[in-house]
Ligand binder design. Structure first.
Ligand SMILES: Nc1ncnc2c1ncn2[C@@H]1O[C@H](COP(=O)(O)OP(=O)(O)OP(=O)(O)O)[C@@H](O)[C@H]1O
Length: 250
């Protein structure tokens, strides 16, 4: 479980996060949603240590990450998998080399063991045989799957995903969501996903926190979100006429 306690983050005069507290449980898809500029990515970056919170604390399984120095954080960092918007693959490396990269960096496995792990992860994301391809030869959905394979290569306890569906067609988006959700449940990963995608919210939103004006405005599940009387959340979720019409049927 990850817990954030009273997180504030200020950039100059701009107070972006204003006292966010939340718990993200293992084996669940924890979604952070909210309008553009509401602070979703900033919160994600504060949790993983890419930003230091101005105030407040982050705990990984009751270990106070905020109070740790760089060296003390290393064991937790090696348990973190990350998937960024653009998949962040190394263009000059093949799929296999991309997957081996964290294993080369953080483990003392033999080459054969690393290859075995890379192949296992590729199989898990349904990309067997793509070892020698370069990112430029992959579709957007395939790149995401390689990104996911690399993120799980180190058997992470914690997985952070920023906008997994950006640039993907609706069908591929659903496949990516289902893949993340299946891996989360199977390996009991604490997964935190920043998303705008209402299909994801409805499809895999076990636990959702809605940010508005830098505050946690609402918290609940995908089952609860359809029946919320929170005005700002309603406006956000049911912004389109289609979603308005669908609301009564949920
Ligand atoms: N490194 C930074 N330096 C200064 N300001 C920043 C920095 N990162 C984010 N901000 C500001 O923080 C605010 C929230 O940004 P953030 O990217 O967290 O929002 P978001 O909810 O993820 O938005 P979006 O949905 O558009 O990606 C914005 O006003 C942004 O300009």
């Amino acid at each position: 479980m990850i817990e954030v306690k009273d997180i504030y983050k200020t950039f100059g005069e701009n107070e972006v996060l204003k006292g966010i507290s939340a718990k993200f449980k293992a084996g669940k898809n924890n979604l952070i949603i909210g309008g553009s500029g509401s602070g979703k990515t900033t919160l994600l970056k504060c949790i993983v240590g890419l930003h230091e919170p101005t105030k407040g604390q982050v705990f990984f399984d009751e270990q106070n990450f905020t109070e740790m120095n760089f060296t003390e954080r290393v064991p937790i960092r090696t348990e973190i998998g990350m998937l960024f918007q653009n998949s962040a693959l190394f263009d000059s490396m093949t799929v296999e080399e991309n997957l081996m990269f964290p294993l080369n960096l953080f483990t003392d496995k033999t080459k054969a063991e690393k290859l075995e792990r890379a192949n296992f992860c590729l199989e898990r994301v349904n990309l067997v045989g793509s070892n020698k391809l370069y990112p430029a030869e992959l579709s957007g959905g395939m790149k995401k799957r390689v990104g996911i394979a690399r993120a799980i290569s180190m058997q992470p306890k914690y997985l952070f995903v920023d906008e997994p569906n950006s640039g993907l067609d609706p069908k591929t988006s659903i496949l990516i969501d289902e893949l993340i959700s299946d891996l989360t449940e199977e390996y009991k990963i604490t997964t935190v996903i920043v998303t705008h995608d209402m299909n994801s919210v409805m499809g895999i939103g076990d636990h959702i926190i809605f940010l508005h004006q830098g505050k946690k405005w609402w918290e609940g599940s995908n089952k609860e979100i359809a029946h919320t009387d929170n005005a700002e959340l309603n406006e956000f979720v049911f912004a389109s006429k289609f979603m308005q019409a669908a609301k009564d049927k949920i």
